[in-house]
Design a protein. Sequence first.
Length: 169
Amino acid sequence: MRGFVAFISKLFRNDKPVVYAIVAFVALIVLLFSVKARADQNLTIEAGSAMLRGATPTLGFNWSCERCGPVDTDWEAGFELIGESRHFRDNPNVIQVHGQIVDGWKRAELGLGFYYQNQATEYVCQHGFHLLARFRFTDRLAAQWRHSSSAGSCEPNAGRDLLTLGWSF
């Protein structure tokens, strides 16, 4: 229990009203979506960690629409809350929003798109490219690796890697 509290406090180092608003928003969306979701749309909650540089907890919320992208690809949009971290210097917690097309074969999926985050960190600029590699264990449970990078279009360009488990509704 102590580790869980440390995880949450590191991720949500904001004023209590802001944390309560985020939790209420996510709970409401999950409740509404699980009751009225269409068969071709999924809502996914993800939890995991930033890896390689500046390890820290992360929580994500994603919406996907099957065959809504170009050439029958899926479209996915969402956001991740990435906790504060320290690699060479202190980095505050950030909110990263992404949109991407996703396609796959059997249980493996790959995605390519763009991201924007509320502030630059020592890892990435405020905007850039977003990559995804996902493996679905079941229709509901998946593991994914997300990589954000400016692809050399601005500095810094170290990149940020997130490894998460997701549960779809």
